[in-house]
Design a protein around this ligand. Structure first.
Ligand code: SF4
Length: 64
């Protein structure tokens, strides 16, 4: 499983980081800095799905 952010959509709301601060890291301005295709570590799948769902602007996406 991999997770990506669309940097054109991310609005620095920080909700993903609250779900899992290790997986959904933020830059110093509060924008997601996970990039494209960040591997989701074993055991973090549920957190990844929750973070993607909670983003208020749908900036995050998952791929298997
Ligand atoms: S929740 Fe969405 S808008 Fe907020 S930092 Fe994460 S990706 Fe960006």
């Amino acid at each position: 499983m991999k997770v990506s952010v669309d940097p054109d959509i991310c609005d620095a709301r920080g909700q993903c980081n609250i779900v899992d601060s290790e997986l959904f890291t933020l830059d110093e301005d509060g924008f997601s800095d996970i990039g494209q295709g960040k591997p989701v570590p074993a055991g973090k799948e549920a957190a990844a799905e929750q973070g993607v769902e909670i983003c208020p602007v749908q900036a995050l996406s998952l791929e298997e």
